[in-house]
Design a protein around this ligand. Structure first.
Ligand code: FES
Length: 138
């Protein structure tokens, strides 16, 4: 089974667990009590479930994520223009992966961590190729 390693931005390991191959990453993180916000419940709408994938970057992404990131970048949010930033609700765990969450629950900013999420990726995924540059090393 693939191993998910959760780190902070200093790469300190916060948690490690194994998941069934094909598990939605956001679901795996929530089920393993990782502090990550997921306001829209996994529908590629809110972007609060963003992760940076330090190792094991997927070579496919959903069209829904692609479209959401394009929209965010057009509004000037440059953090979405990075090949290792993904919406965890749009990622399927196929191999070992090391990730860090971008938004953790903070009562001042968020009323709640977010809505429950389904086991499957929503909306129904249309997969497009994702290029991982050599310089990232993931
Ligand atoms: S985009 Fe809202 S939970 Fe993923």
């Amino acid at each position: 089974m693939p191993k998910v390693t959760v780190v902070d931005f200093m790469r300190t390991v916060l948690k490690e667990f194994e998941v069934e191959k094909g598990t939605k990453l956001l679901k795996a993180l929530i089920d393993n009590e990782v502090d990550i916000v997921h306001t829209c419940g996994g529908n590629a709408k809110c972007t609060t479930c963003r992760v940076t994938i330090h190792k094991g970057v997927p070579t496919k992404k959903t069209q829904a994520q692609h479209d959401r990131f394009e929209k965010m970048m057009r509004s000037g949010a440059t953090q979405f223009d990075h090949p290792a930033v993904f919406l965890s609700c749009q990622v399927v765990v196929e191999n070992d992966m090391t990730v860090s969450a971008s938004e953790t629950f903070n009562r001042v900013i968020h009323d709640s961590p977010g809505k429950d999420t389904e086991d499957k990726i929503t909306p129904d995924p249309v997969w497009v190729d994702h290029e991982v540059p050599d310089w990232w090393g993931g």
